[in-house]
Design a protein around this ligand. Structure first.
Ligand SMILES: *Cc1c(COP(=O)(O)O)cnc(C)c1O
Length: 377
């Protein structure tokens, strides 16, 4: 924080500038508010609250957007992952390979399915699962690989899928941060066995509450997930499995249908924001591969003095966030696996160095320049 003397000495104290939020959902929602409220009114009049025509339509539209044959709307992204694992028959005694550097829900879905997450280090450039380190982690218990398209950058899917096919493993894409990102020209989510999406409000496509979806080309997997999400029942009150309540609300699906129309435009604007940042910060930003078109869920840079940078940004009223400060193998909840410092050097370094700067489609070039000025100061 500037001291009082600094305050007097500088003609334009930083504090007089308006704050720059980390994320501004209000500006994105303002023009949609009328359509949202009209839809809510319709659904109240039609007594449509859970699953139903809006969910069916959103499943079709979002699956088609991803280039997948089927979509199954579920309660959130975490449950999308867990239901997919369970529907694949993955559970106790099984292992699933997951990047060490990701949001904890990726690994928790594996743990809650009863299986064991097997952590693998990530690539220093893309922050995503490193294909060259996967085979060493495969054991006779391995059943699946879960690449995460972290911060909106696709993981290197072709070599990952090739390794999976060679060892007869499933591939589940955790695409919760990458709606619309492309890998070699193809949208992520439908490139292997199943793709799981979250529509948490801050995601590239966000609901006004919790929501998620699995997309896949596999009809029998679709049927199993559909049944599991709704109390294990295909026909009312006849339960083929001991299922769950992981249904999607009609209202969230209806709002997501409205927002899906604007997803590509919003992603293009995020790419523009990233390009402006890149002019100033390229050398410390997450690198994008030429086979990838990332959608910048977050704009992340690395800094050896990350915590000081965070303090400078906070003092300048600029939002920022640390994603993720503790790698999975060092999390208290996975202590029993015996992970130690040094096991996954890239992941550990990223956990020390990464910081996310404000990122949303409506961020203005002048704001980005101001942010970069603070980063480079
Ligand atoms: C957000 C997120 C999830 C979980 O999604 P929720 O809808 O919050 O349950 C899973 N994996 C990753 C990588 C995420 O970012």
């Amino acid at each position: 924080m500037p001291s009082k003397t600094n305050f007097l000495r500088f003609p334009k104290p930083r504090k007089s500038l308006p704050p720059i939020p980390f994320l501004d959902l209000g500006v994105a929602h303002a023009p949609l508010r009328k359509a949202f409220l009209a839809k809510l009114g319709d659904l109240i009049d039609r007594n449509e609250f859970i699953l139903g025509p809006e969910v069916d339509a959103f499943e079709k539209e979002f699956a088609a957007y991803c280039g997948a044959a089927h979509g199954i709307g579920v309660s959130n992204g975490y449950d999308a992952l867990r239901l997919t694992l369970e529907a694949m028959g993955i559970g106790p005694g099984d292992e699933v390979i997951v990047p060490d550097f990701t949001f904890a829900a990726s690994a928790f879905a594996i743990s809650h399915a009863g299986a064991r997450p097997r952590f693998v280090d990530v690539e220093a450039e893309t922050f995503c699962l490193d294909p060259s380190k996967i085979e060493a982690a495969i054991t006779p218990a391995t059943k699946a690989i879960m690449p995460v398209h972290l911060f909106g950058h696709p993981a290197d899917l072709d070599p990952i899928v090739a390794i999976a096919r060679k060892h007869n493993l499933k591939v589940i894409e955790d695409a919760a941060q990458a709606h619309g990102a492309t890998y070699r020209g193809r949208r992520v989510g439908a490139q292997a066995d199943a793709g799981c999406f979250s529509f948490y409000p801050s995601k590239n496509l966000g609901a006004l509450g919790d929501a998620g979806m699995v997309v896949t080309n596999d009809a029998s997997l679709t049927d199993r997930i559909r049944t599991l999400r709704n109390c294990g029942s295909r026909v009312r009150y006849q339960h083929d499995f001991v299922g769950y309540n992981n249904r999607l609300d009609s209202f969230q699906a209806a709002l997501l249908r409205i927002k899906l129309k604007g997803l590509d435009k919003a992603n293009r604007l995020r790419q523009k924001v990233a390009a402006v940042y890149g002019r100033y910060l390229a050398y410390q930003a997450m690198q994008s591969k030429d086979w990838a078109k990332p959608v910048y869920h977050l704009y992340v840079i690395r800094s050896e003095s990350r915590d000081k940078l965070r303090d400078r940004l906070t003092a300048a009223a600029i939002g920022c966030g640390v994603y993720y400060p503790v790698p999975l193998h060092l999390q208290p909840c996975y202590k029993s696996f015996g992970g130690k410092a040094g096991d996954f050097p890239v992941s550990e370094r990223l956990a020390r160095e990464v910081i996310a700067l404000p990122m949303f489609p409506e961020l203005k070039p002048a704001q980005i320049r101001r942010i970069c000025g603070v980063v480079l100061s």
